[in-house]
Design a protein around this ligand. Structure first.
Ligand code: SF4
Length: 274
């Protein structure tokens, strides 16, 4: 609930799971090897290498977007940087070059090089670059066309109808699945496509007290998906408690929406109407 609206929900869950693992498996002390860090929930190869090299001095390259771009220009690599094979090759290339004595400083210097000199958009500042003499893209005069940009996939659009179903002082909520988008958070029941309130209410063992009122459209943009929403508000009563429970829906007190249940900001346009 405290994290509501801040996004990165799976990140905070992983953070908690990792903290529990560190307490249980390492006596509350953060492990220092990249291999051990990689086994913690939410820590991928980049983060593991960054922590291990910067905080514990292990000679492992922390390959982020900056290092990938520098790699592509240094080696004149024209493959997609999104391809896992490219990342693997870049990691091996850096692994052969990382110094044993100051790996953390080396990783950070490369990140800074990528962020301030070997820029992603626009011309890189090759005249200021300390490694320009080994840069194949610069020597070939094509640094601005490497790396080759990926064709951006358009976001998938999902049309949804959000149902604000009130029952006196209560509102109908549902918990989202534990995996996937907005995992484990609470939501107002919503159906894909245009409204089919009657079918939903029948299936959920609910009965309308008044006719549904259409609510304004709203849009929420996730990284890969866009929700285009419309809404319906309807006062209901529970007619078949068993069927209602089977749908995974439940009645939450309106005040509990502030104190107990995390409603993702994707629903904020409708949340404020309750
Ligand atoms: S010479 Fe230019 S393109 Fe090559 S690594 Fe340096 S800044 Fe990047």
């Amino acid at each position: 609930k405290l994290w509501e609206g801040l996004g990165y929900y799976s990140r905070v869950r992983n953070l908690h799971r990792a903290a529990v693992m560190i307490e249980d498996d390492y006596g509350g002390v953060m492990p220092g090897k990249s291999r051990e860090l990689l086994a913690l929930p939410g820590i991928g190869p980049y983060t593991a290498a960054a922590i291990a090299s910067i905080a514990f001095g292990e000679a492992v390259p922390a390959v982020d977007g900056n290092l990938l771009r520098v790699y592509a220009r240094q080696t004149l690599c024209k493959a997609s940087l999104k391809d896992p094979k490219t990342k693997k090759e870049a990691t091996s290339w850096y692994q052969e070059r990382i110094p044993k004595d100051r790996p953390g400083a080396w990783n950070q210097a490369l990140m800074d090089l990528g962020a301030t000199i070997c820029l992603p958009n626009g011309a890189p500042h090759c005249d200021l670059c300390p490694v320009s003499d080994t840069c194949r893209a610069h020597l070939a005069g094509c640094e601005e066309s490497v790396p080759v940009p990926d064709v951006k996939k358009p976001r998938r659009v999902e049309n949804r109808t959000v149902l604000i179903l009130t029952c006196g002082e209560y509102v109908v909520l549902k918990k989202r699945p534990e995996k996937g988008l907005l995992a484990g958070l609470y939501e107002f029941p919503n159906i894909e496509g245009s409204s089919d309130l009657k079918t939903f209410l029948d299936a959920a063992g609910l009965c309308p007290v008044f006719a549904g009122i259409p609510l304004p459209a709203a849009k929420h943009v996730f990284t890969h998906i866009e929700w285009h929403m419309t809404g319906i508000q309807c006062e209901v009563r529970v007619q078949d408690a068993e069927r209602f429970e089977d749908t995974g829906c439940f009645l939450a007190g309106r005040t509990q929406l502030d104190s107990t249940y995390s409603i993702p900001s994707a629903f904020s346009a409708y949340r404020r109407l309750v």
